[in-house]
Design a protein around this ligand. Sequence first.
Ligand code: ZN
Length: 64
Amino acid sequence: MKCPICKKEIEDMKYRPFCSKRCADIDLGNWFNEKYSFVAQEVDEEDLAQLANLAENEKEEQDS
Ligand SMILES: [Zn+2]
């Protein structure tokens, strides 16, 4: 069995299917980046403006 990240033979079964915690973390990071870029594409400027308005409204409610 080989590590999908670094392609080395896996010696420590603790981190299967990766060879080490480092490679498991790298895979998690890759997955997270993919998710993040997907989300970023979905958000357009109009949505960002709405979010900004919501944040403003919340601030005003807290002040009063
Ligand atoms: Zn590895």
